[in-house]
Write a protein that binds this ligand. Sequence first.
Ligand code: ZN
Length: 260
Amino acid sequence: MPEIEVLAQGFGIGGPEARISLCSITLIRGEKTTLVDVGYQARRVLIVDRLAELGLKLEDIDRVVLTHGHWDHTLNATMFPNAEVMISETEYEYVQHPSPLDPATPLYLPDILKRAKKLTTVRDGDELESGVRIMSVPGHSPGSLAVLVQTPNGVAGMVGDSLANRNAAMAPVPSAGLVFFDEEAAEQSARKIIDTCTFVYPGHDRAFRKEGGSFHYMQPQSIVLGGLPRDEDGTIHAKLDETAPVFTVTVQPGARRKGQ
Ligand SMILES: [Zn+2]
């Protein structure tokens, strides 16, 4: 039976200046060794170190599945020399000609994907190996996908940003939160994930499990922030904005709004 291990925790924090987006990088060890999402360059050393802790080298990764084409999930796809890289057919078509308003899909992504040892496009329902399959969850991006793993206790979903965090699942109307493609589809996909998965590995949060109509984190928080700018006397002037909303839906320019 495939085993799931979070190689690097995802999170997203930010303020008026910018948003820091580090995606979850998840390892599935089954018939093949698979990574779901690979992050961007700033996490390369961490990936090498975490794999080494598990006795793995970059060469040992057989397969990389990209939940979608955004920069924060994809730019390390060339790190794994033996990996077959998989992306949804719809997303692959979209990244060839992304919307000029799209702030998250790099124009050079097709070039990165071309350098994979093997590039394969996948669709809803495709079975990668026994107990591991693809579910289409569009809305956050045109061809977002989730990787579903059948476990004895229910389905575990590596869902990317189609349900980016626990707050998205807890919202009165669950959604991707950040919508780059289609607001209504994003809501339908979030609902589909909640209905399908007992265990959710979201794109930018710790894994959580569904239990009795609520969602509970499966791991303790482990983010440490350091290197904050200091004053000459050493004082840190970072300010926590505790008034920021817990969850909002932001429809990006160019995306389809509900009712349009
Ligand atoms: Zn994204």
